[in-house]
Design a protein around this ligand. Sequence first.
Ligand code: FE2
Ligand code: FE2
Length: 163
Amino acid sequence: MGKKSREIIGDRVDELIMLLNRAYADEWIAYFYYTHAARMAQGLNAPSVADALEKAAKDELEHINELAERIVQLGGEPIRDFTKLVPESNCPYVKLPGSWSDLKAILKAVIDAERCAIDVYSNILKWLKDIGKDPVTWHVIRHIMSEEIEHEDMFETILGEDY
Ligand SMILES: [Fe+2]
Ligand SMILES: [Fe+2]
């Protein structure tokens, strides 16, 4: 699959597939923790925090699909072994608090995760810029990164304090 795409990118295509797979693992991990936190959040402002977490989780699920689609187009395979998601990820853990009523701590953990994701996509864009041959992946990653920036901003706004 993706013979022409692979040819265009050249001998670094497998390195790119690895970078995309590491981001793919990050997205599954974010989706897992955000969905869990949305269900568990407690307290007066829990509904608005849960809504934001669900919105972000829905976007992360789209990112999973967008990354998987591009990996397959490039002739690769998205990580098939669930146990590999954590060791292959860049951002392996969302440090959720012990208490589900500590909404600020939940938000800070999620903001940290979004910042980790922004760094990951920024680094992939730098890598792609160096290669200078893959506008299709560039478009996908730029789109995902813009949504991670929206997520960071959304959670910062809800937190409502400097963090
Ligand atoms: Fe994402
Ligand atoms: Fe995100």
